[in-house]
Design a binder for this molecule. Structure first.
Ligand code: FES
Length: 121
């Protein structure tokens, strides 16, 4: 089994070994980590966490826009670790997850990849 180590920075640096082929949400919950979730297919954002270090494959997620991705958010129900990673989980990781769209609208390059259009010129 190809495993990676997951460190949860805001849970006193607790570490877990996860199977690289399984979604992080499943691997961590199986080991007793209490994580919220909803749809479990990458669409509702409930399971978002912040990636502090390392990388994941979360190509199947559809909940995050590009700004949330560049701020480090990962969707645990579909993300698989591709290296050892460090995460912040839970509400304390959500500082930049939600923004008021009227005060701080997304720029074209921050839209979801599937609805963004090429910039003119
Ligand atoms: S549980 Fe819905 S996006 Fe992960």
């Amino acid at each position: 089994m190809n495993t990676h180590k997951v460190t949860i920075a805001n849970r006193a640096g607790a570490t877990y070994d996860v199977d690289a082929r399984r979604p992080l949400l499943d691997s961590l919950r199986d080991q007793g980590v209490d994580l919220p979730y909803g749809c479990k297919y990458g669409g509702c954002i409930t399971c978002a966490a912040k990636l502090i270090e390392g990388s994941v494959d979360q190509r199947r997620q559809v909940a995050l826009n590009n700004r949330q991705i560049s701020n480090g958010y990962v969707i645990l129900c579909v993300a698989r670790a591709t290296t050892d990673i460090t995460l912040n989980i839970g509400v304390d990781s959500h500082d930049t997850l939600y923004r008021n769209p009227f005060l701080d609208p997304l720029k074209p390059h921050e839209l979801k990849a599937d609805i963004a259009t090429a910039k003119d010129g």
